[in-house]
Structure formats: structure tokens, C-alpha cells
Ligand binder design. Structure first.
Ligand code: G6P
Length: 612
């Protein structure tokens, strides 16, 4: 979604803002803009990427030690120069950037129009800028801070905002409800951003704004309050992200880098949690919730997109090993359908960003109904880990490519660990199987390294499919969610239509689509469904479909049947999702690159969906 950056201090704000915007571009990117404050406020904004903005301001006055910048992912109003942020209030008193959605913007706008206001853009943000100004001008004695606070009191919806005032231009106001904001603390300076990525190169000390909090920030002073005007003590935390982790490090795209990082990301997910030597898996973050989880009648897993797919893998594994009934649901559906939630339910919320609006709302609902909520998140300090009763960080490191790769395998790793740990605690897994599973899991990073060595082969193979219009992905059991994830990856970055299906369901519909032009990716590693999947491959071949099979190393049966095979090392069935998804990620990556698509920033998508 939209990205916010801001700076107040003694340095030139422009380079800090523009670099910050580049780091945030992965969140959303149809237009960008900045405001620089140097006695007066200068605003530059345009449709397109941050590089377009850079060209646009190349010959302009870029001075100023205070400023704010924004990359936009359109919600209200099409992407164009006028709708880009910052927005300035009608009489020029306030400059605002905003992430989120103001749901009652229409009512507020109509009231403002009645009071003489007119609007240049179609955005909800301009409504907020004008509302602040209207309140301020009605009684200038109340001052800027109170005007912002009163305006926010009238807003329904979500926001992360930065506000600058013309008349008191030595401070910025930051406020948050539902949309993340982080403040970096430097020496006589402060940085603002929607996530920590633009801040880490300047300072590791940060303050995470909570919902309904606002910060009034001068270069040497930060005052934290609730929007009800209660003073708070800011809590400064140290973040543990290094700059290399958020740069491409020689790869053509972040996505490729992140695919190749998976062995080390999974090792980081294991660290301190899986011990072959002690024959033990322990997730410390679950400690406080374990008594509840162990007696849970049901686990409900919620998430969106790729995280939902990880949840589906979790369902198979938790039911198999922990023997607790599991339901998996899209957070966006769950939150709106009055679900039956009991106090002895455990809800597991999965999210890479920890900021997905639907997942956050679903968590709040589950908590209200008395369930125990556990988070599985990647971004440390994000909103979801702060909302949940207990949780496990995936520790995959920053994921910048919009299409999720290493975050998915790290999520699946955590869910696998969870299933095994609970299975053992509940007496469902015998000691020898437990050890065997720990060994299988520990061997995954090395096996992924073997698969990654086939990248060139997969690249060559993908060249055959550059012009495909459709793809089908088939898998069974715990590999069915992997088929869904493979199809999603292809759609997201290559814009080729793809469907994931349980292999056995193919005959109930998708089989009608198969002809000599239809590529069918079949995940067909050796497990209990193997023979049946071989029959499915035969069914596809009988209709002249093109079969790309993901097989266990040395499988000659399928090699003779399929058009193309990609081998993965032999492994225990439970860890097969972690291996088989890798070739699917590479396949979609290389197809998208060959089609000339913008892999890291696919059209219309955003990395962090902070609006519903
Ligand atoms: C967006 C991203 C997906 C991600 C989904 C859920 O759609 O593009 O890659 O899977 O949001 O995000 P989360 O951060 O909650 O995992």
C-alpha cells in the first residue's frame, strides 16, 4: 500500500525522502510526491514511479530540513498528478500525506462543501487536510495540534498520517489508526516511515506508533500523546535489520534474491528452536499460550494471499501430527461473516507484513469473542505481533519483492515446527518418528540448495511458456496448497491466468480446458498419493496437455510420461511443500522476466495491504 516517509532535523530532507521513497516503492507505486519545508512549503508530485518524481524535481528548489514524501497505491481516485500526495488544504495552511482509507470521507466532504470548501482531487486525504484547516480556522486559538486531534476524532476508518502546518512550520505531526507508522530517533533529528526499511540506514532506534496515538515532533523533541490528549512516555526500541538485507546484493530482482535466500532464511527460522542434538523443537513465543493450545477444541487459521496458502499447508500438518481439528479461512471472509468462535478456540493469524488490514480486523474479532490468538509474522514489531496473545516470528528477513517467496517457506517452516512440537506434547508422535521428522526438517535448507542449482534448467524450460495464456497447477494432499501457491505466483508476476486444483478434482471441471496448448504443472513427488497423481498425469497426456512435473529425484516413471520434469531431492512427505514450491517460484520468475514484466513491482499489487 502507500508508503510514507518524513524527516525533521538539520540535514537536507530531499535526499533522505527520495531514497526513503525508493525503499518503500515496493509497498505501492502508482504516483509519488514530496513536500519540502524551508520557510515556505514546496510540493512536487506526479503520476508514475519515484524515478519519475526524481526527474520531475531535478531542476527545482529542493532545499529544506523538514519534509515528507509519499508513494501512492490508489484507493480513492485514479492514479494521476492531482490525486498524488501530499495534499494541501484549500487555504494552504496544512500539508498532509496519508496511508489508509477514510471511510466517512463523503459525509465529511459534503459538510466541508457546505462550508465553502472546494476540492481539487478525488482523494479522501484532501478531505482530511481541509477538515483540519476548517477546524483550525474556525478558532485559531486552538492551535495546530488541537485542530489535528479534533479532525481525527471525526474520522472513521484507517490512517497513518504526517501533517505539516504553514503557520507553525518547525514541527510535524504523525498519527496512526490502523495504518503503520514508525519514527526513527536520531541525534537532533527524527525520521518517519510506514515501515523501518527507509530508516535503518540512518538509525536503529525507533518508536512504533500505536493506534490512536499521535506524535508532535520538533527536531530536538518528540511529544507522544493519545488522540484524546493524554501524554505518553515514548518507548524507544532497537531494530535488528541491516542495510544489505534490504538491497539487491547483485541479483537482478529482489524476488530472485529472496528465492535464493530461502536456505538461509529457513536456517534463521530454525535458529534456537530446532535441535537435532537434543531431539527437540521448541517455539518459545508460544510458551504462554501452550496451556490453551494443548486443550484447544479447534484451531482456526486466518490469513490472506500467500499467507493463506501457508495456512492450508498448516491445516494438513497440524491435523496429521497434533491431531487438533483445523479450519483455514481468508481473514477478509472470517471478519464479516459472524463466525462461531469459542473461548477454547485458538486462532493462528499468519502474515508476512504483520499489517494486513483484514487479518488485523479478524484478530480483533477473535479476541473479542475470547479466543486465544497466536501470530505467525515476519516483520518484527509490526501491528499483528502486538495484537496477538502469543506468537512466532518467522525471521525470514525483509521481503521486498511483492510476490512472497521466502516468507512463505518460513511460514510453512514455523507451522511444521508447530505441528511437530504440539504432536509431541500431546503424545501423538512417538520418539523415533519425532527424531526422524526433526532430521527431515533440518535437512530442508541443504535440499533447497540442490534445487536452486537447477535454476538455469528451469530458466531454459520457462522459455517454452513465454506466450502461454493459461496454466493449470495440480497437487494432492499437503501439496495441493503448493499448487495454489504456484498458480498465484505465476498470476501475480507474469499476468498469465493460472488455476491451482487438487489433482483428483481435475476431472470435475478443469479437464475440459486441456488441449495441446495447455501447460499443466503437476506436483508429483513420491508420497502416499503418488500412484494416483501418475494416473492424473496420464489423463492430461491423453488429452494432449503439456505436463511439467515436479518429481522426486530419479523418478523414471514420470520422466517417461511428462514433457518436462524438474527433480527435487527425496524427503519426508511432511516437508515436501518446502521443496516443491521452489521450482514453481523459479518457473514463474523466469516466465515473467522473459515476458518483460516488472517482477518486483507487478501491476496493481501491493506488498502490504493496509486497507480492506
Ligand atoms: C498482498 C501481498 C501478498 C501477501 C498478502 C498477505 O496481497 O502481495 O504477497 O501474501 O498481501 O500479506 P501478509 O503480509 O499478511 O502476509
Amino acid at each position: 500500500m502507500c508508503g510514507i516517509v518524513g524527516y525533521i532535523g538539520n540535514k537536507d530532507a530531499y535526499p533522505i525522502l527520495i531514497n526513503g521513497l525508493k525503499r518503500l516503492e515496493y509497498r505501492g507505486y502508482d504516483s509519488a510526491g514530496i513536500a519540502l519545508i524551508n520557510g515556505e512549503t514546496r510540493t512536487y508530485k506526479c503520476k508514475g514511479k519515484v524515478s519519475d518524481l526524481e526527474n520531475f524535481v531535478a531542476n527545482q528548489d529542493k532545499s529544506g530540513n523538514i519534509g515528507m514524501g509519499h508513494t501512492r497505491w490508489a484507493t480513492h481516485g485514479e492514479p494521476n498528478d492531482v490525486n498524488a500526495h501530499p495534499h494541501i488544504s484549500l487555504h494552504g495552511h496544512f500539508t498532509v500525506i496519508h496511508n489508509g482509507i477514510i471511510e466517512n470521507y463523503d459525509v465529511l466532504k459534503r459538510d466541508l462543501i457546505k462550508n465553502g470548501y472546494s476540492f481539487k482531487s478525488e482523494t479522501d486525504t484532501e478531505v482530511l487536510a481541509n477538515l483540519i484547516e476548517y477546524i483550525y480556522l474556525k478558532d485559531e486559538k486552538i492551535g495546530v495540534e488541537t485542530a489535528v486531534r479534533l479532525a481525527l476524532g471525526k474520522v472513521i476508518g484507517a490512517y497513518g498520517i504526517l501533517v505539516a502546518a504553514k503557520q507553525e512550520n518547525n514541527f510535524l505531526i504523525a498519527a496512526r489508526k490502523g495504518s503503520p507508522l514508525v519514527i526513527g530517533v536520531g541525534e537532533g533529528e527524527y525520521y518517519f516511515a510506514s515501515d523501518a526499511t527507509p530508516i535503518v540506514e540512518h538509525t536503529k532506534s525507533v518508536i512504533y506508533l500505536d493506534d490512536d496515538h499521535m506524535a508532535i515532533v520538533e527536531k530536538n523533541n518528540l511529544m507522544l500523546k493519545t488522540i484524546h490528549n493524554d501524554l505518553l512516555e515514548p518507548e524507544v526500541k532497537q531494530i535488528d535489520i541491516n542495510i544489505e538485507a534490504i538491497e539487491k546484493g547483485g541479483y537482478d530482482h529482489f524476488m530472485l534474491k529472496e528465492i535464493f535466500e530461502q536456505p538461509s532464511a529457513i536456517r534463521d527460522t530454525f535458529r534456537g528452536r530446532v535441535s537435532e542434538r537434543h531431539n527437540r523443537i521448541y517455539l518459545g513465543g508460544l510458551h504462554t499460550a501452550l496451556p490453551k493450545i494443548n486443550v484447544a477444541k479447534r484451531i482456526i487459521i486466518i490469513g490472506c494471499g500467500t499467507s493463506w496458502h501457508a495456512g492450508l499447508v498448516g491445516e494438513y500438518l497440524l491435523e496429521e501430527y497434533a491431531r487438533i481439528p483445523v479450519e483455514v479461512e481468508y481473514a477478509s471472509e472470517f471478519r464479516y461473516r459472524n463466525p462461531i468462535i469459542n473461548e477454547d478456540d485458538v486462532v493462528i493469524a499468519i502474515s508476512q507484513s504483520g499489517e494486513t488490514a483484514d487479518t488485523l480486523a479478524a484478530i480483533k474479532l477473535a479476541k473479542e469473542k475470547g479466543a486465544t490468538v497466536v501470530g505467525v509474522c515476519n516483520v518484527v514489531g509490526s501491528s499483528i505481533p502486538r495484537e496477538t496473545h502469543a506468537g512466532v516470528y518467522t525471521h525470514a528477513g525483509p521481503e521486498i519483492g511483492v510476490a512472497s517467496t521466502k516468507a512463505f517457506t518460513a511460514q510453512v517452516t514455523v507451522l511444521t515446527m508447530m505441528a511437530l512440537m504440539l504432536g509431541r506434547e500431546r503424545g501423538n508422535i512417538k520418539a523415533d518418528l519425532y527424531l526422524q521428522m526433526i532430521k527431515a526438517l533440518s535437512a530442508v535448507p541443504e535440499k533447497i540448495e540442490v534445487i536452486l542449482k537447477q535454476a538455469d534448467l528451469i530458466k531454459e524450460l520457462s522459455a517454452q511458456f513465454t506466450n502461454a495464456h493459461n496454466f493449470i497447477y495440480l497437487g494432492r494432499g499437503v501439496l495441493f496448497p503448493v499448487a495454489l501457491e504456484g498458480a498465484l505466483k505465476l498470476k501475480e508476476i507474469s499476468y498469465i491466468h493460472a488455476e491451482g486444483y487438487p489433482a483428483a478434482e481435475m476431472k470435475h471441471g478443469p479437464i475440459a480446458l486441456i488441449d495441446e496448448k495447455m501447460p499443466v504443472v503437476v506436483i508429483a513427488t513420491k508420497d502416499k498419493s503418488y500412484e494416483k497423481v501418475v494416473s492424473n498425469i496420464q489423463e492430461v497426456k491423453a488429452r494432449k496437455g503439456i505436463v511439467i512435473a515436479i518429481v522426486t529425484q530419479g523418478d523414471h516413471v514420470i520422466r517417461n510420461l511428462a514433457d518436462y520434469v524438474i527433480e527435487v531431492p527425496d524427503s519426508h512427505e511432511a516437508v515436501a511443500p518446502l521443496l516443491t514450491v521452489i521450482p514453481l517460484q523459479l518457473l514463474s520468475y523466469y516466465i515473467a522476466v522473459a515476458r518483460g514484466c516488472n517482477v518486483d513491482q507487478p501491476r496493481n499489487l501491493a506488498k502490504s495491504v493496509t486497507v480492506e
